[in-house]
Design a protein around this ligand. Structure first.
Ligand code: HEM
Ligand SMILES: N[C@@H](CC(=O)c1ccccc1NC=O)C(=O)O
Length: 286
């Protein structure tokens, strides 16, 4: 009798419990799919300091979460554009789980003391998370737009072009408002056609629109569910920025950053920018 079974097929009851497949002519299908050798090759530390691998790996893991967030929100935008609200809500709700996992990653850096960080910080040169283009895509999708953060990427034309496109493209909120307008909600024309390359404050009419949706909250009301999913996104993303600020305060105090900024004071100002301001302002007018 063959010891190999078709994928997913159960063993015959007389064979006893099924055993894992252990014979492979080439790299295991797992390796072919996951690329562990490529991942290992990417953990290129620049010192032998024992604290550096976790610093690098946590940063790389966070970049992977940024990629996933971008995919979910771009998917949500595509679903909204074909009026598939359920599909959009599902992607946004998934992203909230990703954001919580992303935020949990900060725990792996809590132990980093200033003297340990100093053990490899010089070797980072001018490298800084400020230069993360995947993070900029995440910010742009959340409506946190700024032309200035695109500039560092001029040296990589494809990356630069993609960021320039994203700067001028609708944010997730822009697509939500366009969808609400198509459903007949009162979204002013000047909001629907506003400059997408800039960050916007709350707009009284949009604030009122969310307030109306929130006045009689019911779990079965899909627009209320959408509002809460977006509020979760805003809260979790703010948590990421706050935990970043705390990680900086704890591991390097108020020293200037490798990226050339003032460090802590600069980050605190950056972290104070509000995601989805109308959803927060609605709470005030209700
Ligand atoms: C203890 C660890 C960390 C420290 C001390 C630290 C420090 C800093 C500092 C000082 C800045 C300001 C820019 C500058 O360098 O002048 C910055 C910006 C930034 N860092 Fe970190 N960082 C840490 C971990 C991380 C990790 C794990 C990530 C994940 C990718 C990250 C992503 C970012 C991003 C995206 C910015 C730009 C923020 C903005 O524009 O508002 N950082 N970081
Ligand atoms: N900006 C940090 C350096 C830093 O944190 C960093 C350096 C290289 C790659 C990722 C980093 N993480 C976040 O900024 C510093 O001033 O020490």
């Amino acid at each position: 009798m063959s010891t190999r079974r078709l994928h997913g097929a159960a063993a015959h009851p007389d064979e006893g419990p099924a055993e894992p497949i252990v014979e492979f002519a080439e790299a295991t299908p797992y390796e072919q799919y996951v690329g562990v050798r490529q991942l290992q090759a990417l953990v290129r530390t620049v010192t032998d300091h024992p604290a550096e691998p976790s610093f690098l790996v946590v940063t790389q893991v966070m970049e992977l979460w940024f990629i996933l967030l971008r995919r979910e929100w771009e998917l949500a935008q595509r679903r909204l554009r074909v009026d598939d609200l359920d599909g959009a809500i599902a992607a946004i709700q998934r992203s909230v789980h990703h954001l919580r996992s992303l935020n949990a990653s900060w725990g792996s850096l809590l132990w980093l003391t200033p003297s340990e960080f100093n053990g490899f910080r010089d070797q980072l040169g001018e490298a800084s998370g400020f230069q993360s283009y995947e993070y900029r895509h995440v910010e742009f999708l959340l409506g946190l737009k700024a032309e200035s953060v695109v500039r560092p990427h001029k040296g990589l034309p494809a990356v630069h072009a993609d960021l320039e496109r994203a700067l001028a493209a609708p944010s997730l909120e822009d697509d939500v408002l366009a969808y609400l307008a198509r459903r007949g909600l009162a979204v002013p024309d000047d909001v629907l056609t506003r400059d997408r390359t800039e960050t916007h404050d709350a707009h009284p009419a949009v604030t009122e629109l969310w307030a109306e949706i929130y006045r009689d909250p019911r779990p079965g009301d899909e627009l209320f569910v959408l509002g809460e999913a977006l509020t979760d996104v805003a809260e979790e993303f703010t948590t990421w920025r706050q935990r970043h600020v705390t990680a900086v305060r704890r591991s390097m105090g108020a020293k200037p950053g490798t990226g050339g900024s003032a460090g802590l004071a600069w980050l605190e100002r950056s972290a104070a920018r509000v995601v989805f301001p109308d959803l927060w302002a609605a709470r005030t007018v209700i």
